[in-house]
Design a protein around this ligand. Structure first.
Ligand SMILES: C[S@@+](CC[C@H](N)C(=O)[O-])C[C@H]1O[C@@H](n2cnc3c(N)ncnc32)[C@H](O)[C@@H]1O
Length: 982
């Protein structure tokens, strides 16, 4: 492509990470002010990297030239999607083969042939490079563009930078693994992790493992939830924490209090009360951890050329501490034998090798850097460096000794040293843009070979061995003083964390909203890195990097409009705030900030720029208030954790006991309180929406915070709670209406995200995720979302509603094998017509349709369902939700997955599959040393039979599937029918 030509199909990369979907949007590159190559310069950048020697001698001109060229479009076919192989083959056969022929030119210039990424599994990833002019002039390119765009809309492909696909591949996730993605939003790598987890899941099965996707930015967590919906996984838990303080211990259910006489006997001879047994604490451990940390993001220069202007040395320097903290915390939570990948999209050794080296040293031999040079040999990489320099705003330093007294904002951990040089840092990998026409990335693969030094000490203190793969009970219900201290510290930490992280998430959200407005948004990760990349100098970097520290607030730029409308409100609130506890002030202000940031996003989406600016200003003002209060809280907490006299400790212990007793009492009462008579099915949606307070219910457990409809307010008012569906009438109607066997765990694994009596959606959550949540009786985990949407509320106006919930298409692969009623087989032609028309009239209604309307106009003929066999099968079904699936013999003939019917035994396995208890299909298979049957890849949706959720009304049948998904099914069905006829 010639100089100055614009790459088509967006180049994306809003620095805020964007909240836009993974769409093929406008060309941000061409929109940018940095379209001219002359602007793509930064003397400080060049000086810094020339000195670091991360680019091999002689390759510098090529490196720079590549950075100044727009990034090719890269996408991967979602292996978990339906028809992934069909999509790959179709792209190759119908589109790319033609382009790969010699002599295809536009205006005399040859076309760059599409390039399959040889190292990506199954040939699912491609790189395309066309100019806008070529796209306009070559019809085949326009066809490809449309095809890929539709596949993207349908969720069967994802646009993702080539090198960003690398870290999850090195993590080697298996279905039994407990996986943590520490800095996960917007979720492109989480998507890959889920695909790997589900690889091998047959329809109706869930793997025993799970993925926790965490991000410090609440709004970006929501974006992640949206992005990963397409994997259709019940095994995902999205949380919102500062990764460096992700809850490493959870408190299990409190132990039952002893009977009074036993308690009296246990008291000391002098009559002093002994504390009641403490609830067990569980150490949260993961088999796989991805630490794709916030970074200065200069590896994304091709996608976000504004980094040329903003790059400065302090970006990376100021991020190093939080990167190290996150990596250290990851190492702590990693299971012995487990694997952790540390990755960034920067070339900077201070953010890369320096973090890895310091991590290795501090872990005292408990972590080893793996040599993965044999894996994916087609993927060209550079070995990690043993020596690097550190620079502050004045000069370069070779060692900490040189910088200790004069260095500006530098830390010892940033520096190379003889001890670090002796580590096998060459095993780190750096991916350079000019080697594969990609962005830049850094990846280190680590394995935990033993407990960390601190953990070893703690275990010795507790006289306790390592518990292997199971979640461990870390402290018994004893009066162990050391464990009590830990507990206390954690509670205080959690309080601090809650306030500060919420405040900073809000601040970051406000910032992201602003940047979205500027850049149009793009759901790829570089934006987040870009957040930190500069432009806001050091403080700006801290916004993305250190949400839990009060410092982070300093970095929040004031949005245009300054205090805006909230100025007065803020001033008015100040005196009251002074009287309130800082934690409460921080929480209230953080909630206000989130609400305003949400309003800003809505306004952006609606194109209301002024409204968006106003709301952003409000969000920022509230976030500043929250940050200040968070700092006050942090100060108080620090004072509280300072050594205290013994008396003080006893007082706190007593307080804790009292709180614990109250909690136990509440939990004991809850099962009785839940006996609220269910509301008759079929009553108006309006009532359900009338407000939670009037309608809310009590359930036997609630997790994840969430104030809405919650009697005790919950911890995090802006997050919906997770609670079990315990409405017997609704559950019975689901089992009955769809003929689901009683072993299928709807009763235990169906949750709702509101405490409304008639929740709109019901989600199925994997056993392993539930087990994790059950171990969190104190709700340390801030759960943003979880579960696969399986049912949606559906109210009929003019007919009897036997079941108030219809199936959702995304949850169908999971429940279909267990559905025995309301399900019909249809021949391919009927299914095709249904998919195309979306609505078929029944013959008796068609006769009426053929008539005239009440006003005398002809009604027009609507497509009618005429297949006698289908009509006969449809006849006995109840009005309401049905499933139409391809008839078994046709599915076989056309090469579609066969429809399966699973019995109670499978349902029981589904109910117990859990990595936390080591049960379930894959766990058993692993124990057997095999998978117990033919190999299955691709996950739930990929292996699902061709079936659609539909609605049987009095006059006809309508399908309830999104148009983009229908288009995919039509395409595949037509292709197979054509194949058969030729
Ligand atoms: C490089 S991006 C992650 C990209 C993501 N892994 C993906 O592939 O889509 C870094 C993310 O870290 C988040 N972040 C920043 N500071 C954090 C912290 N202290 N804890 C957790 N997440 C943080 C940002 O909100 C941002 O979403």
């Amino acid at each position: 492509m010639g100089r100055g030509q614009k790459r088509s199909w967006g180049g994306g990369g809003g620095r805020g990470g964007g909240r836009g979907d993974n769409t093929w949007k406008q060309d941000n590159w061409s929109k940018s002010e940095f379209t001219k190559r002359d602007d793509m310069k930064n003397a400080a950048f060049e000086e810094y990297y020339r000195a670091q020697g991360v680019i091999p001698d002689g390759e510098w001109p090529d490196f720079l030239a590549t950075l100044r060229r727009p990034l090719p479009v890269t996408f991967r076919i979602n292996g978990s999607g339906k028809f992934a192989d069909h999509l790959r083959d179709k792209l190759q056969r119908d589109f790319f083969a033609e382009l790969c022929k010699d002599g295809v030119t536009v205006d005399g210039e040859p076309i760059t042939p599409p390039r399959q990424l040889a190292w990506y599994p199954n040939g699912y990833a491609w790189q395309l490079e066309f100019s806008r002019n070529q796209l306009r002039k070559l019809p085949l390119l326009a066809d490809i563009h449309n095809f890929v765009k539709h596949a993207n809309d349908a969720g069967s492909i994802s646009r993702q930078e080539a090198v960003s696909m690398v870290p999850p591949l090195f993590l080697d996730v298996q279905p039994t693994h407990r996986v943590l993605d520490m800095c996960a939003a917007p979720g492109s790598k989480t998507f890959q992790l889920l695909e790997a987890l589900h690889s091998g899941s047959r329809p109706g099965q869930t793997p025993p493992g799970f993925v926790v996707a965490n991000d410090a930015d609440f709004m970006r967590c929501n974006l992640l939830t949206h992005q990963t919906k397409r994997v259709c996984s019940p095994c995902l838990l999205v949380t919102n924490h500062d990764a460096s303080r992700f809850p490493a211990y959870l408190a299990g259910a409190p132990a039952a209090p002893p009977p009074p006489e036993a308690a009296a006997a246990a008291d000391a001879p002098d009559g002093a009360k002994r504390p009641p047994p403490r609830p067990p604490r569980y150490q949260v451990r993961f088999d796989r951890i991805l630490a794709d940390v916030p970074c200065s993001g200069d590896g994304t220069l091709r996608k976000s050329p504004d980094i040329w202007r903003k790059w400065n040395i302090s970006g990376g320097n100021s991020l190093h501490p939080i990167q190290l903290k996150i990596a250290l915390h990851g190492a702590k939570m990693l299971e012995v034998g487990g694997r952790m990948v540390y990755s960034t999209c920067t070339f900077n050794p201070v953010e890369d090798e320096a973090v890895v080296a310091e991590l290795l040293l501090r872990c005292g031999g408990a972590l080893e850097l793996l040599d993965v040079s044999e894996c994916m040999p087609e993927l060209r990489r550079m070995a990690g460096k043993h020596h690097w320099k550190v620079k502050d705003r004045h000069r370069f330093y070779d060692s900490w000794e040189e910088a200790r007294d004069i260095g500006y904002k530098l830390e010892e951990s940033m520096f190379s040293s003889p001890a670090k040089a002796a580590l096998p840092l060459e095993r780190c990998m750096r991916f350079l843009p000019h080697h594969g026409d990609t962005g830049g990335f850094f990846v280190a693969v680590l394995r935990k070979v033993s407990e960390l030094p601190d953990e070893r000490k703690q275990q010795q203190r507790q006289g306790q061995g390592h518990g292997g793969k199971q979640q461990q009970q870390a402290a018994e219900a004893t009066g162990d003083a050391a464990a009590a201290e830990d507990d206390e510290e954690e509670e205080e930490n959690a309080a601090e964390d809650d306030a500060a992280a919420a405040a900073c998430a809000a601040a970051a959200a406000a910032g992201a909203a602003e940047e979205d407005g500027e850049e149009g948004g793009e759901a790829e990760e570089a934006g987040a890195n870009g957040d930190a990349a500069g432009g806001k100098d050091e403080a700006g970097a801290a916004t993305a990097a250190a949400p839990a520290s009060g410092d982070a607030m300093e970095g929040v730029e004031r949005p245009a409009g300054g205090e805006g409308g909230s100025g007065e409100a803020g001033a008015a609130a100040a005196p009251a705030a002074a009287a309130e506890a800082p934690l409460d002030v921080a929480r209230t202000a953080a909630e206000a900030a989130v609400a305003s940031a949400e309003a800003a996003l809505v306004a952006f989406e609606a194109g209301d720029w002024e409204g968006a600016a106003r709301a952003s200003a409000n969000a920022a003002a509230s976030a500043r208030r929250a940050g200040a209060a968070g700092q006050r809280q942090a100060g108080q907490a620090a004072a509280a954790t300072a050594p205290k006299p013994q008396q003080d400790r006893q007082q706190r212990q007593q307080d804790r006991q009292q709180q614990q007793q109250k909690r136990q009492k509440r939990e004991q009462q809850q099962p009785q309180q839940q006996a609220v008579p269910p509301q008759a099915a079929g009553e108006g949606e309006e009532e359900a929406a009338a407000g939670p307070s009037a309608q809310s219910i009590q359930t036997s457990w609630i997790r994840g915070g969430g104030g809405r409809g919650r009697a005790d307010g919950g911890k995090y008012a802006y997050i919906d709670p997770v609670a079990p569906l315990e409405d017997d009438a609704v559950l019975s109607s689901l089992y009955d209406y769809y003929g689901i066997p009683p072993d299928f765990p709807l009763r235990s694994q169906l949750v709702m995200r509101s405490l409304d009596r008639q929740p709109k959606r019901l989600y199925f959550v994997a056993r392993s995720v539930l087990d994790l949540m059950m171990q969190d009786s104190r709700e340390a985990l801030k759960v943003v979302s979880t579960g696969l949407k399986v049912f949606e509320r559906q109210i009929l106006r003019d007919q009897v509603n036997e079941c108030p919930y219809r199936l959702s298409q995304e949850g169908l692969p999971l429940v279909l094998p267990y559905i025995t009623r309301q399900r019909i087989e249809v021949p391919p032609q009927v299914l095709l017509t249904l998919l195309r028309e979306r609505n078929l009239i029944l013959p008796e209604a068609a006769a009426v349709e053929g008539d005239t309307t009440a006003s005398g106009k002809p009604r027009g003929t609507k497509p009618t369902l005429t297949d006698d066999k289908v009509l006969a099968a449809l006849e006995p079904l109840k009005l309401g939700c049905i499933v139409c699936e391809l008839a078994a013999e046709d599915a076989h003939r056309l090469g579609f997955a066969a429809s399966t019917r699973a019995g109670g035994a499978e349902a029981r396995t589904l109910a117990t599959a859990s990595a936390t208890t080591g049960t379930g299909v894959a766990a058993e298979a692993e124990a057997d040393g095999g998978d117990g049957g033919e190999e299955v890849t691709g996950g739930l949706a990929a292996n699902a039979p061709l079936a659609v959720v539909a609605w049987k009304g009095k006059a006809g049948v309508a399908i309830m599937v999104e148009k983009a998904e229908c288009a995919q099914m039509i395409d595949k069905l037509e292709a197979e029918l054509k194949k058969l006829s030729t």
